[in-house]
Ligand binder design. Sequence first.
Ligand code: HEC
Length: 192
Amino acid sequence: MNSRLLLSAAAIALSATAAQAQDCTFEADIADFTQEQIDALYDCVRDELPAAYGAGDDAVAAVYREWQAAATGPAAPGFHGGRFLNTFVNEVGHAEYIRYEGDDEAFEMPVGTVIAKESYTLRDGAPRIGPLFIMTRVATDQSPETDGWVYSAVQPNGNPMGIQQSFCHDCHGGFSFSDSLGYPAFDVRLGQ
Ligand code: HEC
């Protein structure tokens, strides 16, 4: 290959990358998204999410991306306001979390477990970041009304989001065979 050909090959490769980086508009309805579209959308927001949540001084927002993921990646939206979700669990609880225990009334996550769930959706075809949802496991008798979980959330501008413990737990408490955990969709669980 002569040097001119090499140069134009490089130019084509470069413009392909640029086009990909910019291509963050999506025509399809999110309910019809293929896994490929789900992954492409996540690529668009992958770096923006921790930057957005980390803009304030929330301690979890600052570190959750150093934790291990709780799934292979986001799944098609379901609960949590039709948003795409991607969850990370700290070292204390990750191994227990990814057992995805769903059939044991006595199952308890280790005290000190912190779980952070990113959320985002599409608005007018473009990605739109939603809150970071957080659950922290304390001793059950420290927070008996929510079975030992403390709920919090961070807005996409990094500020804390005002939430009611009962709002979150009215739903999560229903998952009584998994210590109040809802778990990601089956098709994105690790090791499935
Ligand atoms: C209507 C039911 C419902 C409500 C209300 C709700 N959640 Fe969830 N939540 C779920 C479900 C279902 C999942 C699992 C979905 C997934 O990960 O794909 C989940 C997952 C989570 C997770 C990941 C851990 C897990 O359960 O696997 C966190 C963290 C979380 N929610 C935080 C919150 C917070 C904070 C609130 C209140 C602001 C809240 N949730 C309100 C249903 C709910």
